[in-house]
Design a protein around this ligand. Sequence first.
Ligand SMILES: *Cc1c(COP(=O)(O)O)cnc(C)c1O
Length: 432
Amino acid sequence: MIVHEHFDVNDQGHLTIGGVDAVDLAKTYGTPAYILDENVIRQQCRIYREAAKAHFGADALPLYASKALCFTEMYRIAADEGMGVDCVSGGELYTARKAGFPAERIYFHGNNKTDRDIADAMDMGVGTFVVDNAEELAAVSAEACRRGITQRILLRITPGIDPHTHRAIVTGNVDSKFGNAIATGQAMQIVKASLAAEGVSLAGLHCHIGSQIFDIEPFADAAAIMVAFLADIQKECGVVLSELNLGGGLGVRYTEHDRQIDYAAAIGDIAAIVKAQCKQHAIPLPRIILEPGRSLVAAAGATLYTVGSVKEIPEFRNYVSVDGGMPDNPRYALYQSRYTALIANRASEPATYRATLAGRCCESGDLLGEDMDIQKPVRGDVLAVLVTGAYNYAMASNYNRLPRPPVILLRDGKARIAVRRETFEDLTDHDQ
Ligand SMILES: *Cc1c(COP(=O)(O)O)cnc(C)c1O
């Protein structure tokens, strides 16, 4: 096992992913390539579903936050596992629709839904809009009235929590582009506006405090604040809102230094706090929605590259360049995210070579990681970066006119192409 159980080393000293030889995969599909063990994704979905049901009751629903990894087959997997999904754009909604995802189980997010997004989502019969702000409430209400429908909505609320994660992925504090703060009174204002608005029915509240969070405490604090706010709404407005979406954000083990979260236990801990708070405020337990993205898909993934140049600069560092980089994984450039890497064709050798992993783009910041201990590399080796299932393919670009890698799904030892590799023709396809 390397970081996660489905990464291992076989008798030939090759990395295996879900039991499949990574060197064979690189030969068959070329590099760079995203490999995803579908069994791991399905297993994570089941852990969330079962724990949600056990701790919050049969009507609890985990949603897959599909921005973490989005392509048609991924929505089919989520549907098959009985999940809801969170979509944040017209493009995600379109992909979900193409996959045949049940529209009533879609929650439509985003802090700036366009008029077209709103219309498209209503055309499609999206079950729930998570309304971010007052202008959007007015736009959703107007469009629903025009159509003579009543759109079910939640309101995005910022509970004012600092979850101790990277600044760029904090979303739940008062100074945020997302949602309505309880502390400023704006949350209560938009609740009242929603209750008064035509064409919408306010089902409940949503909060999402950030991402890659390991402590239960910030989730517990957020849940307590949200339940107290539900009680305030009952007092001030005389309505009991029936749904509470607690967002996503549970962390993932990227390296040996990260803790492995027991997700079922974490959901149990959060449930205990929500229930205790409901009891204290004498309100019924609302229907609970969870919204994990990263923790459903990250561990399932690995990216395979081919090593090119190995440049040793005496007294500085060793640059190991691969045939991908920031276009397929911008996370180190964006947030200095740490990963585990290894030479897949010599995975049983000791990782004694300290490398800066560089991409092939014309940017000095195009790095996949620094101070990474790998096996001594030579040109032509297959290099694997592990735990790349979340926010890699989903964030990929064509910078430097690099075609995006394919997504290969593994299920019970069998591989299939979920997204084919982009070609050079694809790159010029939109050009006039
Ligand atoms: C990104 C996001 C999630 C998922 O966050 P993870 O850290 O990937 O679990 C859930 N809800 C909302 C609103 C988000 O923006």
